[in-house]
Design a protein around this ligand. Sequence first.
Ligand code: 475
Length: 833
Amino acid sequence: IEASIPQPLRETWRKLAATEFKGKEEFQREVVRHVETTLARSMYNCDDLAAYSGTALAVRDKLVVSWNKTQQHQTLQDQKRIYYLSLEFLMGRTLDNSLLNTGIKDTAREGVGELGFRIEDVIDKEHDAALGNGGLGRLAACFLDSLATLNYPAWGYGLRYRYGIFKQEIVDGYQVEVPDYWLDFNPWEFPRHDVCVDIMFYGYVTKVSDNDGKISHLWEGGEIVQAIAYDVPIPGYETSTTNNLRLWSSKPSSGEFDFQKFNSGDYEGSIREQQKAETISAVLYPNDNISAGKELRLKQQYFWVAASLHDIVRRFKKSHRPWKEFPDQVAIQLNDTHPTLAIVELQRIFIDIEGLTWDQSWDIVTRTFGYTNHTVLPEALEKWSVPLFQSLLPRHLQIIYEINLYFLQGVEKKFPKDRDMLQRVSIIEESQPQVIRMAYLAIIGSHKVNGVAELHSDLIKATIFKDFIAVFGPDKFTNVTNGITPRRWLHQANPKLSDLIASKLGGYDFLKDLNLLKGLEQWVDDKEFRKEWMEIKLAAKIRLAKYIRDTTQIAVNPHSLFDIQVKRIHEYKRQQMNIFGVIYRYLRLKQMKPEELKKQVPRASIFGGKAAPGYWMAKTIIRLITAVGEVVNTDKDIGDLLKVVFIEDYNVSKAEIIIPASDISEHISTAGTEASGTSNMKFVLNGGLIIGTCDGANIEITREIGEDNIFLLGHLAEDVEELRHQHRFGKVEMDPKLRLVCDAIEAGQFGDPNIYNGLISALTTGCDYYLVSDDFSSYLATQDLVDTTFKDKEDWATKSIMSVANMGFFSADRAINEYADTIWNVEPTPQKK
Ligand code: 475
């Protein structure tokens, strides 16, 4: 590449090339330049928001330098790249993260300080990039951070939604959804108007045969929408590697503008088609762990997958290698089944466009893909109706039928005459109408399938994918336990704790090798250290208490036990069990004599999380929480002994304030339902203890930190089936304590009881599918144990420190290295400085 540009020209470019910051003064000059020129403001009208904008633009300019270098370097290295396909990237804010990862936070703090601003206020002006629902989307964001930090050549591919997850407002105790228009000012993205791909929908397929009688398929006559790339730089921590996240935005293709209508005066009609094209990337579906099956969602999936594959294939073609080397250059990871169409699309590209045979093509395809499953909940498993597919993607449906045919022929050979088996593993489910089981397609088209925690990976093998073990053998299925990035979830969210740890471990290396935390064990008996540790926790609680007072007017005592459950509201996550427990506590307190009351541990029960807009039961749970708060928080008998708070609009930036402030956090899903959970890891890494069920990653957290340092409760996954069976046959009496709670609700102690009919009948006539009744007494007893333990401040501090010291395993870096080793077969590409 070098040689193609004449020497003198090269030198001129080099001399003028953009460079990294050389110090505070240059940083300041750049901030002021952006405020004065890019934003056309001045010192007289520069508020916090303008200061944020100027700072972000200055930092962004520098990110671009390492970003360009990394991309050039990776292209020259020409080795295998990882492509992480995810419909969700829950990034949160970028400025603080960029400052920390590039090591210029101190410069920035001083720099903006001298310009009259506090860096915290500036950072706080940024709008979250909330292109995700919950765990799956945030995992993708943590993985991008680790991929860059570990110098893997990796790209994320997603959709550039104009509206991210809705903003939640609480009005009269109920959730109200407000659209999240976040693109007013987004300095972190770079439109690539030159990178655009035409994507077709609908149309028809014709068979044509050439002179040799070779048959090929033409898919034509459909509607065309254009995909435009927007690139987001992803800087690693303390490395020059800056990877790329490419998000696709939809717009009408130039051919779609209806000039005839326009000329005849129907201006509105002429732009109607255009608007239709733009709706594809307009909005993120707000469902977590549920598949809604809407046509627009399928359009989003194909649009994003087709654009991404076009890009990947184009990049591969530039290397002029033979097709069979494709899997040596490309690893594509499917984040759940949302991008499963990529398997079909790549097969289509190879056979319809590049002229490979079916077998050549299928071999390449299956060596390219890996599939990660994130849930066993039946309502979350994607199934698309065949008639919908037939109309939207007729050629893809044919290919799916063919994949299924060859697959079933193989199964038939292995299990002759087992018609039941054939029906069970078929990609097509024989329902009315027929549906396509996307998870099965993803398994068949990938070389590895993984779950996200040990229990979960075992469960998928034993239940939903059992037959596929028989077909493919056990080696295709594996586990990669989730992890979190310690950069955002410790260093950024809790800088004081990170600094204290660094002071004892002799530096910040633990942020890149989290196992080094083990060194904290040596300090567990150090008086001064323990004191500082607990002071940092208290400071985080004071900060959260202030936030709660400012936003809800509720005064919580920072010395009370902070019991936090923040996550999407879902029956399987059992926020209802938590609030029932709070009600039970309240009823008990109301019965106590003054001398007894004095012995109680004051508590603040803090909730946060969004309910999917159409999820009635989840919304009812929110209403019950706010209603209990209204009663309890104003009860003069109770005072500080119990406060109930619902924090509005839980998101990534709020998580950064909330998580460092927990004494205890709740991860109490019905055993076997939460695939992993990742906030459990974040809370423990910040010195909070957890109360939880034997579910998801709680089990591995227990293994790592020791069972003395976690409060486990409830039945095991292996008991669940039998318990549900008993409920269905009416053999379970409701737990008497839960009965008391239901009676209080039904008596109207928390307002109109009719509101909660659904919630209560789920426990009775609804057969208590999530087994709240079965776990309730265990839950209450364990909460009592939490109280007792909390009274012993020294014991609590020891548990907190020992837990953090043993959390190394839960770094997303470890998870990414496992993917690289066992699934992608990729090596890091570090650059020399
Ligand atoms: C699990 N989301 C957590 C986390 O592995 C786990 C999004 C769109 C449509 C349907 N579902 C989704 C999920 O399924 C999801 O977020 N799953 C979560 O993935 C990361 O830690 O246990 O519930």
